[in-house]
Write a protein that binds this ligand. Sequence first.
Ligand SMILES: Cc1cc2nc3c(=O)[nH]c(=O)nc-3n(C[C@H](O)[C@H](O)[C@H](O)COP(=O)(O)O)c2cc1C
Length: 201
Amino acid sequence: MTEEEQVRLHNIADTEHEIFALLKQRWSPRAFRDEYISDGSLKKIFEAARWAASSNNEQPWRFIYANKGTEAYDKIFDCLSEFNKQWASNAPTLLLTAFKEKDQNENENFHALQDLGLSLGNMTVQAQYLGIALHQMAGVDWKKAETEFDVPKGFHISTAVALGYYGGDMESLSPDLQEDETRDRVRMPQENFAFHKKWVS
Ligand SMILES: Cc1cc2nc3c(=O)[nH]c(=O)nc-3n(C[C@H](O)[C@H](O)[C@H](O)COP(=O)(O)O)c2cc1C
């Protein structure tokens, strides 16, 4: 078994019910293989976003992406929190996610963030199929990112995302982060969020 396969098996979700393999295998690494993602693969990942469901088909998601070694990549990196800066430079591609705040009728689009999340869900599964992981980051200075990238009024930066192939070198991470990388993945039980017939507090 290759080292990459070992890392992926290590973090496979211990599900209580059998689910789609790609969902079970997905996790958020902080070490990535030293390999660029081809334009073709990036196009496939964004195509998956394109075909996500959205309220009224508004498609309010927007992304700015850049590959390592470019000024734009460094600009995204500079907007990350200090914690995320510890590891995100391992990723060959960084992106910023944003959503359009108003709908076609100029009303506040309360569902835009849900739609952005759905597009990212689609991207995540498509990327997983290609052996690529998305590590999403709330730890981003969105105001700075909006200024740096001249984001037009009416759009709101939400998160940053690190993209890269699974199977990165663990030595690229600090001992603390190495521990995180191999820690058991846990989830609350379904009873805590899927309520049958009535809300359960
Ligand atoms: C919206 C969002 C924001 C996140 N922000 C960060 C972040 O700033 N830094 C980080 O290291 N991980 C971040 N994560 C990753 C989560 O910590 C991770 O998804 C969670 O612990 C579950 O682990 P798993 O994705 O490996 O299953 C974020 C995930 C999401 C969906």
